[in-house]
Design a binder for this molecule. Structure first.
Ligand code: WTA
Length: 629
């Protein structure tokens, strides 16, 4: 639901409980923010010093090739050293790193010691397959412990991982394999979702058929459903892990702070997804600092980020930051309402979860089932709630605060992006502003700061350690997309979001102002769905828009013009939905596909999505003077 209608008209005030404030890591936000602003590099150096480095940095921030900023230049490190190796030398080796529950109800717990060993063993397996520093490894799996093991094993070897979310299909996976030029792919035989098996390995087979550069496929047996194993290409994970090669000792490859840690593909304004590149050094500093301060992580917490490891939220706040902080994380495989709508609340009760971090779309989805489901579970262990991914509407916020947090838990609404690596604008349990060291502003088309109450473009005016470093293989796109818009003013990072400040100085995010959609918290480009549609022989032209939806935030509507010789029918619409499911993925299937004879276009031939959007909602079409005859 777009909050355009209310922001910032809502003016309820909720103070965090005293008990939380008193124990919070950060007591004086304003002083910290000012200190960070006064000397931003000294501030980040101070945070970096809380981690271990194999060689210290010579320069904190190198801006000599801006906007290709570099952080902690000269330092040697590896994020896995800070996430695992250093912990197993302390009492933390016996602390739980991971509590996992499968959708059918099976359970696994792993101490830091055990996780470290599993990562070492799998890193040795990867090494034996020829994976070396710099090689890109594609990971396409469900939410099982092995996805975390696989990511960390790659990082340990200095081999950047490229995780592709399991809700993407054949062509999307093939494109990402090809762009990253991965020779090794890690997957599983399927994943459980709503009691059914998602056939991930079949998708892999088809993707490799289309992008035949993958030489080795490692398959985790999760569901036991029959799959095809190709001789000489496909190997079972458990068989490799039982070989002598999979020893428990594996040295961590010490890399430059600026060496790549991962590529994560995300949607932009063109059909081709962007490979956002993050590095070891700055990312480890930034993700751990933000998680510690915003969620106030303590030794005894049981922290549950209910996202998927395949998105940035999972990378930063399921895998890396919690492990660096030595926290205990929960990972759950399946759907929130399987077999009943209290599955999440049961997990909180059973494991004594203290912090829950999820997306508004999940809250709205669970809200529909009513407050009796959470009321029947003991949620008293919770002390803090988080939200991410899209604007949280007041109804969802209040429901979350009242029925899950029982009005005792602060709701930490974190605004950030794949590109930013970590939280950028977020309340700390004692304040609501940009994170210390982050200089955000809302500006008009010319770059002037707009007054409170006025919409503008959200920009970040100062580089930060977890910023993306480039678009993999396409540095020009990096400059053009993120840094060129306000170049006359300096290097301002363009977020693609519009926002507004209220009179108290709080930021309200309105939503994307480019061709990116947030659908159920997932990030998709309209162009991605459009190119999926036109790849069907019946479709000559397609236009895709997002229409406000009560649960999903946005629903996808598509308008297609058919090629000569094709006749509109309900069967064809179904076939197009099926096609999108396979070309892009189940998350991209339009709610509605309308077959039309023309599309509203400007005289220069650009589709006027704004007009389509107004029509779809029955709203006035606005200025249509540029509409072609
Ligand atoms: C949106 C997800 C409002 C925003 C971490 C951003 C939000 C896009 C919030 C990035 C929030 C994320 N309030 N909007 N708390 N968090 N967004 O790359 O439009 O999947 O640009 O990263 O999500 O999506 P991405």
């Amino acid at each position: 639901m777009s909050d355009e209608a209310f922001a910032p008209a809502v003016s309820e005030w909720y103070a965090p409980p005293e008990s939380i404030v008193q124990q919070a890591h950060i007591q004086d936000y304003a002083a910290l923010y000012d200190r960070a602003r006064a000397d931003v590099t000294a501030f980040w150096a101070e945070q970096a010093a809380t981690l271990e480095w194999h060689r210290p940095w010579d320069t904190v921030l190198d801006d000599s090739q801006a906007p290709f900023f570099k952080w902690f230049v000269g330092a040697r490190t590896n994020i896995v050293h800070n996430a695992l190796d250093r912990h197993v030398k302390t009492w933390k080796r016996n602390k739980l790193a991971l509590i996992w529950e499968g959708e059918p109800g099976d359970k696994v717990t792993m101490s830091y010691w055990r996780l470290w060993q599993e990562v070492n063993r799998f890193a040795n397996v990867l090494k034996s397959m020829g994976v070396r520093k710099g090689d890109r490894v594609t990971i396409y799996m469900g939410r099982i412990p092995e996805i975390i093991i696989a990511m960390l094993a790659c990082a340990k070897l200095g081999a950047p991982h490229s995780v592709v979310y399991g809700g993407f299909s054949e062509q999307a996976l093939a494109d990402r394999i090809e762009d990253a030029r991965s020779r090794v792919l890690i997957t599983c035989d399927g994943a459980w979702l709503r009691g059914k098996v998602v056939p991930l390995k079949d998708v892999v087979d088809e993707a490799i058929h289309r992008s035949p550069i993958v030489e080795h496929v490692i398959v985790v047996k999760r569901t036991g459903q029959p799959i095809k194993m190709e001789q000489g290409r496909d190997y079972w994970y458990h068989e490799l892990m039982s070989l002598p090669i999979a020893s428990r000792q594996c040295d961590t490859e010490i890399v430059d702070a600026e060496d790549p840690l991962f590529i994560l593909y995300t949607s932009g304004t063109t059909g081709k997804p962007k490979g956002v590149l993050h590095t070891h050094g700055g990312y480890q500093v930034y993700t751990s600092t933000t998680l510690k301060w915003a969620f106030d992580i303590k030794e005894e917490d049981r922290y549950w980020c209910a996202a998927d490891p395949g998105w940035i939220t999972g990378h930063s706040y399921i895998v890396y930051a919690p492990l660096i902080l030595g926290a205990t994380s929960i990972l759950y495989e399946g759907a929130p309402n399987f077999p009943y709508p209290d599955r999440w609340w049961r997990i909180i009760e059973e494991y004594g979860v203290t912090i829950l971090y999820t997306a508004p779309t999940a809250i709205r989805g669970l809200m529909r089932f009513g407050e009796n489901w959470p009321a029947r579970r003991d949620l008293s262990s919770l002390r803090l709630l988080g939200s991410v991914g899209e604007p949280i509407n007041p109804e969802a916020w209040r429901w979350y605060h009242k029925n899950i947090g029982k009005e005792r838990c602060p709701v930490i609404d974190t605004w950030w992006q794949t590109e930013t690596g970590g939280f950028m604008i977020t309340p700390l349990p004692s304040a609501t502003r940009p994170f210390p060291g982050i200089e955000a502003d809302i500006v008009d088309e010319e770059g002037n700061s707009v007054p409170p109450g006025v919409d503008g473009n959200l920009v970040i005016k100062q580089p930060w350690p977890a910023m993306l470093r480039t678009v993999y293989g396409d540095p020009e796109r990096y400059v053009q997309q993120y840094w060129s818009r306000y170049q006359q003013h300096g290097w301002w990072y363009l977020t693609g979001d519009s926002a507004r400040k209220d009179h108290d100085g709080y930021y309200w995010i309105i939503g994307r102002n480019d061709d990116v959609l947030k659908v159920s918290g997932y990030r998709l480009g309209t162009a991605e769905v459009e190119s999926g549609l036109v790849s069907h022989p019946a479709v000559a032209e397609a236009a895709v828009i997002g229409v406000p939806d009560e649960v999903k935030g946005n629903a996808i509507y598509a308008y297609c013009i058919l090629r000569n010789g094709f006749v509109a029918s309900a069967a064809l619409v179904d076939e197009l939905k099926h096609h999108i499911r396979h070309e892009v993925g189940p998350i991209a299937v339009p709610e509605k596909i309308e077959l039309v004879v023309s599309l509203p276009k400007t005289r220069s031939g650009k589709i006027m999505r704004r007009v389509l959007k107004a029509r779809a909602q029955g709203l006035p079409e606005g200025d249509i003077s540029t509409l072609e005859e």
